[in-house]
Write a protein that binds this ligand. Structure first.
Ligand code: AP5
Ligand code: MG
Length: 213
């Protein structure tokens, strides 16, 4: 099963993608997490990506496509995966489609998590992230057991550099301009499914499971 998560920054793509990955035993592939891991490890790719990410801009397609295609070629992705944060532009979607076509394959579901902008700004300011293992918390909705510490790996949690309100607004604008057109792109392919992302996390997940049944 090959799934794409669509939705604005902070809509809950990562939260739901992790739940899907666990339930259906497929890898969760997040380009944002891969970039943040590279930044943390001080790689050249990480340094280049950081310049764009900190400004709320998209990392250039060329760099993003390379990192994504390398990842989905790995053995653990052969029976499927859930893509979180990729594709984010029409050219990225086209490259993915072409790569899958070559294998006689295609995307099965594009799940669009819908959340209005007002809710998003509130969610992002409360988010805390573990840059080590990619786990995500929220100070009100999903607090860690011990304040400021990741339940899974014990690392210190941080407010992501791009979660400052002014950068979030920029990311929302970039989303509207460059990523929203993917909704029509996948609707035209007959694989688009919309989910109300303002519900409780477990209810959003229930709606997704209904779709994937
Ligand atoms: P990325 O890491 O993909 O960030 P994003 O799309 O901006 O999305 P987020 O991770 O911020 O939000 P999310 O939808 O995963 O929400 P979450 O589940 O955490 O990308 C970061 C940057 O990397 C980009 O800006 C770009 O520069 C670059 N990049 C990445 N991919 C790229 C690509 N393909 N091309 C070019 N550049 C790329 O939830 C948010 C918060 O809300 C959390 O605190 C969570 O606990 C809480 N929450 C979740 N669900 C609910 C709920 N139902 N109710 C209440 N709270 C909830
Ligand atoms: Mg995410």
């Amino acid at each position: 099963m090959k799934i794409i998560m669509l939705g604005a920054p902070g809509a809950g793509k990562g939260t739901q993608a992790k739940m899907i990955a666990e339930e259906y035993h497929i890898p969760h592939v997040s380009t944002g997490d891969m970039f943040r891991m590279n930044i943390k490890n001080g790689t050249e790719l990480g340094m280049e990506a950081k310049e764009y990410m900190d400004q709320g801009l998209l990392v250039p397609d060329e760099l993003t496509v390379r990192i994504l295609l390398d990842r989905v070629k790995k053995e653990d992705c052969k029976d499927g995966y859930v893509l979180d944060g990729f594709p984010r532009t029409i050219p990225q979607a086209e490259v993915l489609e072409e790569a899958l076509n070559k294998l006689g394959d295609q995307i099965d579901y594009a799940i669009n998590v819908e959340v209005p902008d007002e809710n998003i700004i509130r969610r992002m300011s409360g988010r805390r992230a573990c840059l080590s293992c990619g786990a995500t918390y929220h100070i009100e909705h999903v607090p860690p057991k011990k304040e400021g510490i990741c339940d899974d790996c014990g690392e210190t949690l941080v407010l992501r550099d791009d979660d400052k309100p002014e950068t979030v607004e920029k990311r929302l604008r970039v989303y509207q301009e460059q990523t929203q057109p993917l909704i029509d792109f996948y609707a035209a392919k007959g694989v688009l499914c919309n989910v109300d992302g303002t519900q409780e996390m477990q209810d959003v997940f229930k709606a997704i499971k209904e779709i994937l049944k």
